[in-house]
Design a protein around this ligand. Structure first.
Ligand code: ZN
Length: 83
């Protein structure tokens, strides 16, 4: 399964692999890729993931801000397919 995340402020998008069941928390590598692809601007307040998200079947996905359990930073989780 793949998730395409978008940023309507910068008009960017990025696709990441969902390696497991939902809810799926992005890995640190995926988080870095998403931040770089969707924004990449130091000090920007756009929020990075800012727009609709879809899977490879163009179903809408719910994506919410998340954090790593070990306190090492913030990320996002792909939570569910929106019916
Ligand atoms: Zn930005």
């Amino acid at each position: 399964m793949q998730a395409t995340l978008t940023n309507t402020f910068h008009n960017t998008q990025v696709t990441v692999a969902i390696m497991g069941e939902l809810p799926y928390r992005l890995t640190k590598d995926q988080t870095a890729k998403v931040k770089h692809a969707l924004c990449g601007r130091k000090g920007c307040t756009c929020g990075v993931v800012r727009g609709p998200a879809f899977d490879s079947l163009r179903r809408k996905l719910e994506v919410l801000p998340d954090a790593y359990m070990d306190g090492s930073g913030s990320t996002w989780s792909i939570c569910s397919v929106v019916a």
